[in-house]
Unconditional design. Structure first.
Length: 645
């Protein structure tokens, strides 16, 4: 009797556990669970700026040693009693430089070994769960896509280029953050219409998946029958090549696949039944407001009923695709003006969403100026550019068909070449580039196209080439009241117009990486042109500039800081995700100018940009944070007085 009770209880317990496991497979309650948490933990162990601190220390030591070597060479050239001592010190300091490079290599090698070990361990664990059928449906598809991306974008390039591999790893973690578990969609969507649309999408999805699995099961059954016929024929003949065993193995593999398809069929039938019976009773509810939107004053402008209606914002951003997908996001499609291109690169989609995204769920961040009209144009590609660069102790030359537009007149400057499309093993210091007239004309035409649409706010996340055509077009744009809001850059260095070369020594790449010296030099020499620009750095917290953010430097009077770390916005075609960078901070300011322009049409966007500069809250050293953190509530108050005069 006791044994029977125990057996009954045991079966009930097993049944309950299986039910809980099965429910967890539902895409409406996707338990990405421990697997995703472990991947996130790896990203915390190796943050995106993992190399930055040590690189900065080593680079500064290299700069100091190069200065000392310059003095020692001067001492040797002057001769005298101390010349021999100076020669001895040259060897000492040269050895020190070698030690520093060895240290840099050791840091890189240690990272590659430890990071790959952790990542491979995680990949093996997830692959086992997929193979055992513990991940089905959306979870299986989600992790298969992640594994493919990690192989292609991280592991394949890790040894040759760990810097880019780490960047790509963090991009993947950000892009593909799983959605939250949503049991009751009436608590998620802000309108009943959106909830109904979502239910229709889920029904269509499960119908398609169910049909797909039924077809696959039928195909496998047909294959098994064919294999059994082959097996019957093979068993009647001498089996010299283990043909019988091979056919039996294929049959077993097909049967295992059928078992998984049957589980998927049950799962999709269960989900279809659930969604058909789902009743949606929903009252309209507001989107949750992020604290940074309140602190910066974005929400105070929205509370006044401002949404950018009647204003136009131009966005010049990435033309191509990094990961996925190839379509633009649906949540700002209606904002795109006539003649606008569609952003298809995830970076461009994210930036556009920060300005103009709509919201369907309480978790979606509403764009800063969600009713503004957007005109998106990709920055133009460039024909052949002859570039001389320094790498591994040698000066080299190459011809590039798609180099950064910032090369325009960069002759004496130093710039790190950073392209995701060809993962470079080592940074290259550009020391000379042939001026490209075609590049100058193309970018100038892009700016004029936006001007012709009546646009006076341009948001951009890349450096502008400073050829004569572009200079002229920007001055025309500024004279019409326009302003160009520029992401300051993500390399933690000060904006500067000097490239630090020392006589007889190679350039120090890291010191100037990410800074377009040509642009800075042109702006520092032309006060009128400088008034057309507003540089934006990225805040981690209301009081702290992000470590990766480029600092104000010589542009301190034309620099403000805005929220740019872990900013939620549109990703891909339907998704949402968080990204960090000054590219995320710049559209915050562009959107804010749009809101203030709607409120005060008597002021030009350029004048509003000046008001934002004047009302920004000081955060300390102006060479670091410029005018400080934007304060849109104070900007509204000042504009209310100034723009009505």
């Amino acid at each position: 009797m006791t044994l029977r009770r125990f057996s009954t209880f045991g079966f009930l317990l097993i049944g309950l556990l299986f039910s809980l496991w099965y429910v967890s497979l539902s895409p409406e309650n996707p338990d990405y669970g421990r697997g995703w948490q472990e991947l996130t933990d790896i990203s915390k162990i190796y943050p995106q700026n993992y190399f930055l601190k040590e690189d900065k220390k080593i680079t500064q030591q290299q700069i100091d040693i190069q200065k000392d070597l310059g003095e020692l060479r001067k001492c040797i050239s002057e001769g005298g009693d101390v010349a021999a001592d100076c020669e001895g010190l040259v060897d000492f300091y040269t050895d020190k430089l070698t030690e520093l490079e060895d240290r840099r290599k050791d840091i890189k090698d240690k990272f590659i070994e430890e990071f790959e070990k952790r990542l491979v361990s995680w990949i093996i664990k997830i692959q086992k769960k997929i193979n055992l059928g513990l991940y089905l449906g959306l979870r299986s598809g989600f992790y298969i896509e992640i594994l493919d991306l990690l192989d292609e974008q991280v592991r394949d390039i890790l040894v040759d280029d760990p810097y880019t591999a780490l960047d790509n790893f963090h991009n993947i973690v950000r892009y593909y953050t799983p959605p939250p578990k949503n049991k009751d969609i009436s608590k998620v969507f802000i309108k009943q219409q959106y909830a109904q649309e979502y239910r229709t999408q889920r029904l269509n999805y499960h119908r398609n998946e169910l049909q797909d699995r039924v077809t696959l099961k039928k195909d496998n059954l047909d294959s098994i029958q064919s294999l059994k016929n082959d097996l019957s024929a093979a068993q009647k003949k001498p089996d010299k090549n283990n043909l019988v065993l091979d056919i039996k193995a294929k049959i077993k593999h097909k049967e295992d696949e059928i078992q998984l398809y049957e589980e998927d069929i049950k799962y999709h039938k269960h989900a279809l039944k659930k969604w058909k019976n789902e009743t949606i009773q929903l009252k309209d509810q507001p989107v949750k407001v992020h604290p940074m939107d309140r602190i910066l004053g974005v929400q105070s402008l929205k509370d006044r009923g401002l949404s950018g209606k009647g204003t136009k914002v131009g966005i010049i951003d990435s033309p191509s695709e990094f990961v996925k997908p190839f379509h633009t996001h649906k949540d700002f499609l209606k904002n795109l003006g006539k003649g606008s291109r569609k952003p298809v690169h995830n970076h461009a989609i994210h930036v556009t969403g920060i300005v103009a995204a709509k919201a369907k769920t309480v978790f979606d961040r509403l764009g800063v100026a969600n009713n503004a009209t957007i005109y998106f144009l990709p920055y133009p590609s460039i024909d052949k550019v002859k570039v001389t660069y320094y790498q591994d102790g040698h000066y080299k030359t190459f011809y590039d068909l798609d180099y950064s537009p910032s090369l325009g007149e960069l002759v004496e400057g130093v710039k790190e070449r950073r392209k995701l499309s060809d993962f470079l093993a080592k940074p290259r210091a550009v020391v000379h580039s042939q001026y490209n007239e075609m590049a100058d004309k193309k970018l100038a035409n892009t700016i004029r196209k936006l001007m012709n649409k009546g646009i006076k706010i341009i948001n951009t996340s890349f450096s502008l080439s400073m050829g004569p055509n572009i200079v002229q077009s920007i001055k025309e744009f500024k004279n019409k009241g326009g302003i160009i809001v520029v992401a300051a850059g993500n390399d933690g260095t000060k904006l500067d117009d000097k490239a630090l070369f020392y006589p007889g020594t190679p350039p120090i790449v890291e010191y100037q990486k990410g800074i377009d010296v040509g642009l800075m030099r042109t702006l520092s020499l032309d006060p009128e042109l400088r008034q057309a620009f507003l540089f934006v750095g990225s805040l981690d917290t209301p009081q702290k500039l992000a470590e990766y953010s480029s600092q104000a430097g010589i542009m301190a009077k034309r620099y403000v800081a805005a929220w740019g770390s872990n900013v939620p916005s549109t990703m891909g075609r339907y998704g949402r995700g968080k990204l960090s960078g000054t590219s995320m901070a710049a559209p915050m300011v562009s959107g804010a100018i749009s809101l203030l322009q709607e409120a005060f049409p008597a002021c030009t966007p350029n004048q509003i940009g000046t008001i934002i500069l004047k009302t920004a809250r000081t955060m300390g050293d102006p060479t670091v944070t410029g005018k400080g953190r934007i304060d849109l509530e104070d900007a509204y108050t000042k504009a209310n007085k100034f723009c009505k005069k």
